[in-house]
Design a protein. Structure first.
Length: 163
């Protein structure tokens, strides 16, 4: 397994974006993954995410095969990193790669030196929630989750890394 930053280290330029955008099979899967309401999701959207300010896009490879994608949203002003838009290739699911990806992304987030590492998950995404809890994340206090959810389109489950 190898986790690479999409910027500067991607073996395929931005071709990964079309691959990753094709992993969600339905509009519902797109929504659960990234909150967008379109299917199929255009690869250009994924490529654009990488170029957003304070976003670090990462690719998980198993040998030469791209099997995972996730982002770190680094906010030095808030002293925090949010792990976001995590997805594993459908052909690679059920083998612990999601937890591996989250563990690797968490380690990278910790290297920033920022105090908090957290993530949010759609309340209907049971598989992702189990993965995150198994990787050492715990729910934030209910009052904090309610505050963070005020501007959100859904009431996300917010988790903080316990480590």
């Amino acid at each position: 397994m190898e986790l690479l930053r999409a910027e500067g280290h991607d073996r395929a330029g931005t071709a990964y974006a079309d691959t990753v955008a094709g992993w969600p099979a339905t509009a519902r899967e797109v929504s659960l993954w990234c909150g967008r309401q379109e299917h199929p999701l255009p690869g250009a959207a994924v490529a654009e995410w990488r170029d957003a300010e304070d976003v670090e896009a990462h690719l998980l490879y198993e040998g030469r095969e791209l099997v995972g994608y996730g982002e770190l949203w680094v906010d030095a002003e808030e002293d925090e990193v949010e792990i976001a838009r995590v997805i594993v290739a459908p052909s690679a699911r059920g083998r612990g790669l999601g937890r591996r990806l989250i563990t690797e992304l968490t380690a990278r987030a910790r290297l920033t030196g920022l105090a908090e590492v957290f993530l949010r998950v759609h309340p209907d995404n049971d598989g992702a929630l189990r993965c995150y809890l198994g990787a050492g994340y715990v729910p934030v206090p209910a009052e904090l989750a309610a505050e963070w959810n005020l501007p959100q389109p859904v009431a996300y489950v917010w988790l903080r890394h316990a480590g």
